[in-house]
Write a protein of this length. Sequence first.
Length: 423
Amino acid sequence: MASHAKDVPMPALETIERIASCFSLVGTLIIFVTFASSSDFRKPINRLIFYASWGNTLCSIASMISQSGIRAGQASPLCQFQAFLIQMFVPADAFWNLAMAVNVYLTLFKKYNAQQLKAVEWKYHLACYGLPFAMALPLLFTETQAKGKVYGPAVLWCWISPSYDYLRLALCYAPAWIAILAAFTIYTIAGRELFQKRQQLRAFNTPSNLNPFDSFKTTDVQVVSELAAPSSDPASVAPVAADAGAKSRSQRSTASGTNYEQYSVNIMSSPMTPRPSAPHTSIVTMQGRKNRAAMEANSAVWGYTKVALLFFVSLLVTWVPSSINRVYALVHPNQVPKSYEYAAGIVLSLMGFWNSVIYIATSRAACQVLGQKVLGKKREEGSEITAKRISEDRCTTAMQGRSVSGDTLMDGDDVLAVRGSVV
């Protein structure tokens, strides 16, 4: 594969880089237009992608120049400009990924809301663009007698010249991979925390097979009365021991000598179906609402984390091939397969494209709303134009009516025209 790749001419790589850069420029343009046109796109995660797209745009311009900077010469402004853009904005993309990971940490562990996250964005700008600028600007003016300018022709484009190869590791690859590993650590901790919370909420919401009221015993008392046969002997009436009131009434009736019909009372008990009390039900309901609110909050954080993870995956797609190419070049100088160089050139040129794909994928609802607004506006404009034309045609036709002897007399065509205008 390596030998076959070496046979591929470099102009093909230049063409591929420019095509990939066009995809990135179109993607970042979509981000800029949608973000500026509708507030539905201005979520915290989208704002960070929007800020990162500034650097993606300038990096795409640099990759669009491709090998034209090399042909212009090391001392040319075009070569120096291209090298500065690449050195500043390629590692900045990794720093913005770390900023997204920090947002996940602040949202999950520090309970930051949207306003609080927006308040710290100036710090992200300072770190993500200020630090790369501080590393890239001095190299623009650095030059030695033995090695010449730091910025010069590289294989893909103008960047740090091969004579200063160690600066590529120190000022580009090392900071970028530190940011990538830091973001990966935050995502790992956040993922474990989210998994634990989701398991706890699922366990709580699972209904128990045990009835909490089984420990209580409830007795239902039923009273059944029946008539007894009359007796002439009042003394034969047996008082009911279970009811003191009934006993006293029986004694009073005997003493009075009145011959009332006698009755008996049977008392039976049966277990009663346990019913939960109202206060306990209200407590369970309130607790359920709290659990649902907590589940919704964790779902929102999880959704934010998934978006940041997608950005992280796109970052790995960008940096892994280029890092492999760089390590291979250090171990085997002047023997790098062209396939590695092609892979590095393509993935670096597509940084803005991948970010736009993530942006659109996470803003599907906002895209649908914006599309409906645009289509609805076009329909309204079309309806207004059609109504205006119809009105003009009706007025023109109505003016063709002829008046005779003070009465409005018209031929058949005019009558139909006026009727149509009235209708």
